[in-house]
Design a protein around this ligand. Structure first.
Ligand code: NAD
Length: 492
C-alpha cells in the first residue's frame, strides 16, 4: 500500500509515532497510510525551515516569483492527476476537485505578483529635510494548519503569499486527506523551490501544539472548525506569535419575494448540496421573506430528489460521499435532532445508500423545513448536504437571524431590489457577502475573511495576507551636516 511521507528539506521522510490509514470515503477501504510525526521529527521540520529562511529571504523577489510562475504551470499541467488524488482521499467529484485546483491556481497567480504587491512606501520631505520610508520584511518560519475539505486550495492560499513574501513554511495538512500537500511540495521542488522552503509534516494536536510552542515559528495560519481555531489562536498568543485562525460557518441566504424562484432554487441546491455540503461557504440556511415560501419549497424538492449521488470517480456524479464515517454519523444525528425538535423533512435522503458502494460514507440531500432556531441543528454547523428552510415576514427579521448567529463567515441575498441588497450588504454580520451569488467567495485579489466565531485574528487570506506574512520597518532619514545641538522635540 502507498505510504504518504512527510516532506522535509526537499525529501520524503517516512518515520513517526504511528501510521494512520487514509480511507476511500466511497468504499471505506484503506488506500494509503500516513506517518504521524513524533516530537523529534517536528523539531527537524522546524530546523529545516529555519535553516532555509535567511537565503530565501535574500533571494530577489523576482526570482521567488519565477518559481511561483513555473509552479503555476505545473499545477495546470498536473491538474487531472491532482484532482484524482483529491477525489480518492476526500471523496468529492472529479469535476469539483478540478475546480478546486483552478481556485488554488488563482492564489498562486496572485502571489506571482508579489514584486508589485509586497512593497513598502516612501514619503519625501515628511519632515524638514527628512524622508520616511517603510519596508516589508519576511517573518521567517511560518506554519499553516489546514482542513480536509480543500486539501489543495486552503494550503495554497497560505503558502503562495507566504513564500512570495520571503518566508519559509511548515504545512500541516489534514490527516484525513494528506496526499495532496506532499504532491504540491514535489511540484514546487520541480519548479525550482530550494530545499527547506516548504515542508510538510503530518500529525494531530500534539504536532500542532509543538509547532506553535516552538520559539522559532513566527506566524500561524489555521483553517478548520471554530473550537480548534479558537484554541490555536489562544495558544499562538501565549507563545507570542501572530495568528490568523478561520473557523466554521452557518451561511444564511435571504430570499426576497421579488427574486426569480427558479434561479434561487438552482443556486440554492447547488450551494447547499454540492461537495456534500462540505464547503465552508455553502449555504446551509435559506430564509424566505414573505409568502413565496411554499413556491420555493415546491421548486427545491424535485431538485433535491434529482441530485445524482455516487462515488466521486463515477462520471456524472453530482454529490460524492462525506469525508468519514464519523462525519456521516454526526450529520445523520443532527438531522434526527432537527426532526425531533419540530422540523419537517420534505426531502430526507440522509440515510440513502448507493448501490455498489454500500459501505461508503454517503449522506444524500436533505431539507429541514421550519426548524426552530433553538435547535442544535440550527445552532451548530452541520457541514453536510442538509438545508434548513425558514420563513419570516420581513427583511429585518431575516437579517436579525444572521446577526444573532454565532457564525459570520458568509451570507447572501437573492433579490432584484437594490435597496434591499444595500440594506443587507450593510447590516449582515459576515465577512463575505453575496448579492445573487450563492457561494460568495471573493477572488484571490481580495480576501477570504470571516466575522464572529468564524475567524480569529484580523487579516484575511489571499491578497489581505501580505501584511500578515511580513513585518514593517519604518526608516526616517536625513542627510545633512549638524546645525548644532537641540534639546527640544520639534514639530515636523
Ligand atoms: P478540524 O478543525 O477538525 O481540523 C482542521 C485541522 O486542524 C486539521 O489539520 C486537523 O488535523 C487539525 N486539528 C484538529 N483538531 C486539532 C486540535 N485539537 N488541535 C490542533 N489541531 C487540530 O476541521 P476539519 O474537519 O478538517 O475541516 C472542516 C472545518 O473547517 C469546518 O468547520 C469548516 O467550516 C472549516 N473551514 C473553514 C473555512 C473558512 O474559510 N472559514 C474554510 C474551509 C473549512
Amino acid at each position: 500500500m502507498r505510504t504518504i511521507p512527510h516532506w522535509i528539506n526537499g525529501k520524503p521522510v517516512e518515520t513517526g509515532v504511528e501510521q494512520l490509514p487514509v480511507l476511500d470515503p466511497a468504499t471505506d477501504t484503506p488506500i494509503a497510510q500516513v506517518w504521524m510525526a513524533d516530537s523529534v521529527l517536528v523539531e527537524a521540520v522546524v530546523d529545516a525551515a529555519e535553516a532555509a529562511a535567511e537565503s530565501w529571504a535574500e533571494t530577489s523577489m523576482s526570482k521567488r516569483a519565477h518559481v511561483l510562475f513555473r509552479f503555476r504551470d505545473l499545477l495546470l499541467a498536473n491538474r487531472s492527476e491532482l484532482a484524482a488524488l483529491i477525489t480518492s482521499e476526500h471523496g468529492k467529484t472529479l469535476d469539483d476537485a478540478t475546480g478546486e485546483i483552478s481556485r488554488a491556481v488563482e492564489s498562486v497567480e496572485l502571489a506571482c505578483g508579489g514584486p508589485a504587491l509586497a512593497h513598502g512606501s516612501t514619503s519625501l520631505q515628511s519632515g524638514p529635510n527628512i524622508d520616511t520610508r517603510s519596508m516589508m520584511h519576511p517573518l521567517g518560519v511560518c506554519v499553516g494548519i489546514t482542513p480536509f475539505n480543500f486539501p489543495a486550495m486552503m494550503g495554497l492560499m497560505m503558502v503562495s503569499v507566504a513564500l512570495a513574501a520571503g518566508n519559509t513554511f511548515v504545512w500541516k495538512p489534514s490527516e484525513q486527506d494528506p496526499g495532496t500537500a506532499v504532491r504540491i511540495a514535489e511540484l514546487l521542488q520541480e519548479a525550482g523551490l530550494p530545499d527547506g522552503v516548504l515542508n510538510v509534516v503530518h500529525g494531530q494536536q500534539d504536532t500542532v501544539t509543538q509547532l506553535l510552542d516552538d520559539p522559532r515559528t513566527q506566524a500561524a495560519s489555521f483553517v478548520g472548525s471554530s473550537d480548534v481555531a479558537h484554541s490555536i489562536y489562544k495558544r499562538a498568543a501565549q507563545s507570542g506569535m501572530r495568528c490568523q485562525a478561520f473557523g466554521g460557518a452557518k451561511n444564511h441566504m435571504v430570499v426576497m419575494p421579488d427574486a426569480d424562484l427558479d434561479t434561487v432554487a438552482d443556486q440554492l441546491a447547488s450551494s447547499a448540496f454540492g461537495a456534500a455540503g462540505q464547503r465552508c461557504m455553502a449555504i446551509s440556511v435559506a430564509v424566505v421573506v414573505g409568502d413565496v415560501y411554499d413556491d420555493l419549497l415546491a421548486r427545491l424538492v424535485p431538485r433535491a430528489h434529482a441530485v445524482k449521488m455516487n462515488a466521486g470517480v463515477v462520471p456524472e456524479t453530482e454529490v460524492g460521499p462525506v469525508v468519514s464515517r464519523r462525519a456521516q454519523q454526526r450529520i445523520q444525528e443532527l438531522v434526527r435532532v432537527g426532526i425531533a425538535d419540530g422540523a419537517t423533512s420534505p426531502v430526507d435522503r440522509s440515510t440513502e445508500e448507493v448501490p455498489g458502494y454500500e459501505n461508503g460514507y454517503f449522506v444524500g440531500p436533505t431539507i429541514l423545513a421550519g426548524l426552530p432556531t433553538t435547535s442544535e441543528a440550527y445552532q451548530q454547523e452541520i457541514f453536510g448536504p442538509v438545508l434548513v428552510l425558514l420563513n419570516v415576514d420581513t427583511l429585518d427579521e431575516a437579517i436579525g437571524l444572521i446577526r444573532s448567529h454565532r457564525y459570520g463567515n458568509g451570507a447572501s441575498i437573492f433579490t432584484n431590489n437594490g435597496a434591499a441588497a444595500n440594506q443587507f450588504t450593510n447590516q449582515a454580520t459576515a465577512g463575505m457577502v453575496g448579492i445573487n451569488v450563492a457561494i460568495p467567495v471573493p477572488v484571490a485579489t481580495y480576501a477570504v475573511q470571516g466575522w464572529k466565531n468564524s475567524a480569529y485574528g484580523d487579516t484575511g487570506l489571499n491578497n489581505a495576507s501580505w501584511s500578515f506574512y511580513t513585518r514593517p520597518k519604518y526608516i526616517t532619514s536625513r542627510w545633512e551636516t549638524s546645525a548644532g545641538m537641540d534639546f527640544g522635540f520639534r514639530p515636523n
